[in-house]
Design a protein around this ligand. Structure first.
Ligand SMILES: Nc1ncnc2c1ncn2[C@@H]1O[C@H](COP(=O)(O)OP(=O)(O)OP(=O)(O)O)[C@@H](O)[C@H]1O
Ligand SMILES: [Mg+2]
Length: 255
């Protein structure tokens, strides 16, 4: 059995009386890609924010590589090896694209002692190449299209050399062609290559997506959330045929 990288037990989050995350438990294995699906407002982004320490859990625990990380600061969680991309992207718009990535390459986890600016710049360039936008490195982030902003988000996340990468709707707002290109980039990143700690194996991933057909092509396993509760966890084709999942998306009676 593969070693578990992330272990979530009985996780809960309430805002006032609203239970946005409800007793969620699951494990993620090393090198696994897990898709996280569910209708709008199901609590997908909230779950990623809890893992990243942006929100504090009301109940339960989150363990990463055996260490309890619930309640830690986001900065510390990034330094342990988890990174995420955001659904609402907020780059430093007036800075060049490469500077946006250099900032993440300078986090303590990724930066080696005595590293020079040139070396950090080269690393940021590598991350941009991985994400497929190295030809635009010197342009301002404000000039990027929605699709390329998503690529910048990925470059910024891999600049921290994560072992676990959380992607919030990487295909959101992309054309079918851009979606295909993004799916290819994600697969290539997962395969690994020559980038810092990612030299041999790429990161494990949790991918939140509404484009189920594309997600099913890259995910090993799918988790489905509805009203903050995990209603399915299994192989992609099994989960999308699960009556509870169909009901969550389309209401009672299905399609
Ligand atoms: N800070 C907050 N305060 C109060 N309610 C919140 C807060 N953040 C999220 N919620 C509520 O929690 C629920 C889940 O929101 P979340 O953003 O996690 O959903 P989601 O599954 O990511 O949806 P989408 O597919 O639309 O991105 C929603 O009802 C939302 O209004
Ligand atoms: Mg969301």
């Amino acid at each position: 059995m593969a070693e578990s990288l992330l272990e979530i037990v009985g996780l809960g989050k309430s805002f006032g009386g609203l239970h946005v995350t409800n007793n969620v438990s699951f494990q993620l294995n090393q090198h696994e890609i897990v898709g996280l699906i569910g209708p709008n407002g199901a609590g997908k982004t909230t779950l990623l924010r809890l893992i990243m320490g942006i929100l504090k859990p009301s109940f339960g625990s989150i363990r990463f590589k055996g260490k309890n990380i619930s309640g830690l600061k986001t900065w510390d969680i990034v330094n342990l090896g988890i990174a995420c991309t955001f659904q609402n992207m907020r780059p430093f718009r007036r800075l060049p694209i490469i500077a946006n990535v250099m900032v993440s390459c300078m986090c303590p986890r990724a930066m080696k002692r005595g590293e020079w600016v040139k070396r950090i710049e080269a690393k940021a360039m590598d991350a941009l190449e991985f994400a497929g936008i190295s030809d635009m490195a010197l342009e301002k982030a404000s000039t990027l299209s929605q699709g390329d902003l998503k690529r910048l988000e990925i470059a910024r996340a891999i600049g921290t050399e994560p072992e676990l990468l959380l992607l919030d709707e990487p295909f959101g707002g992309l054309s079918p062609l851009e979606t295909d290109l993004m799916a290819k980039s994600i697969k290539r990143l997962h395969k690994g290559g020559r980038f810092g700690r990612l030299h041999s194996e790429g990161p494990s991933m949790i991918i939140v997506e509404h484009k189920l057909q594309q997600l099913m092509k890259i995910a090993d396993r799918i988790l489905a959330l509805s009203f903050g509760t995990l209603i399915a966890d299994g192989k992609p084709d099994e989960v999308v045929q699960n009556p509870h999942v169909i009901e969550a998306y389309f209401g009672e009676g299905g399609i």
